[in-house]
Design a protein around this ligand. Sequence first.
Ligand code: HAM
Length: 428
Amino acid sequence: MALLQAVTGMNDVLPAEAGRWRSLEARFFETAARYGFREVRTPLCEYTELFSRGVGEGTDIVEKEMYVFDDRGGRALALRPEGTASAVRCALEHAALEREPVVRWAYAGAMFRAEKPARGRFRQFHQVGAEVYGDASPAADAEVLDLLVAFLRSLGLGAFELRVNSLGQRGSRQRYRDALVAHFSAVAQELSPESRERLGRNPLRILDSKDPRDQTPKLTAPSVLDHLDDEDRAHFARVRAYLDALGTPYRVDPTLVRGLDYYTRTVFEVVDTSGSLGAQDALGGGGRYDNLFTELGGDGVSVPAVGFALGVERLLLAQPVKDPPAPFRVAVVAAARETDQAVLASALSLARELREAGLETHLDTRFVSMKSQLRRADDLGARAVLIVGRSELEAGTVAVKDMAAHAQTVVPRGAVAAHLRALSGSQE
Ligand code: HAM
């Protein structure tokens, strides 16, 4: 029978790696909490319409990459390709803005996109993200970016570039769209078939094309920054001024358009510049999306919003790997044959006491030989090995082997925890 395998592009995280995942997520929520963000958890699955309306019909995500299926009642569902639309749906459904004037939410979790798997690109991947609702100020954009940069630095990542741009609000964006259509229509014959097709539906996406045929026409394309109205221009200038005041380095990239339709005004991306990610070098991205609440909640709803998401797998690939400090490990060895259940029972309760005292404690419950239990304790890097046999049981003692000092002492059973505390103190 063929061995079953995980779905292509969906990865297992084995215990040797899981600690890095856990600490990255913990670091994210700790950093976000310092900026006033609280965790929200939304379902992995939503009605498909949320993303087609939210992310946009003409986007690659909605057109080609969503995992969609009908549930047993015939309703169209999608595995979430991103977290922003879900979080807005959740904020609307629970009237989050009736409870506080500005909502700051952070999240972590799996997202699904049926993309071609590559290094740093998966079909199930994970994001950490943060969103602010109810604050139109350019200072909110700067704070969100400040959180993003603070988090990357806290991971020990130094080689990255922050790219920022502004797409303006509806009026500016429409004018820019018209200018792009005029520009690219004039050179339509030179464009890749995909870009030609995009010309009618989503001309901004042509700027994102990596196809060699599109590169020359892109060079002379008009800049969105020349099409911003006065308010949009002022908003973007203020975002940059706040970033300057915070000492956050960035580069203005007028060709940055992002692959989701909901953005208005500020957009940004953080790119890894260490070279460790190859072609998939975008660590994260985000921006302002002042129309998404209206799009999803109806005409009467208007809530300015800004946020970002980072790819966890990519952060882990880019992060310098440090060996975590070895914990103080203890192994309890039951020196008994199968007939001597009382010894194993005593070892079980000793192990439980030590775990209650906060110590990582290992116990082999299979009645294997003392020799193999000691070998395993050594492999685990146990600092102390506690031996419980028939004579120790009767005497109310435990033999404690200090693996670093190669010394063995007999300790009264009731004094074991204190003895180990003293030993672990000497390790620090
Ligand atoms: P996004 O740029 O589509 O934005 O995704 C953010 C990050 O998720 C990417 O920069 C990348 O690191 C990671 N990512 C995306 N697709 C994959 C994949 N197939 N495999 C591995 N990693 C991937 C968003 O999702 C927006 N919701 C961000 C946002 C939040 N905008 C406003 N608020």
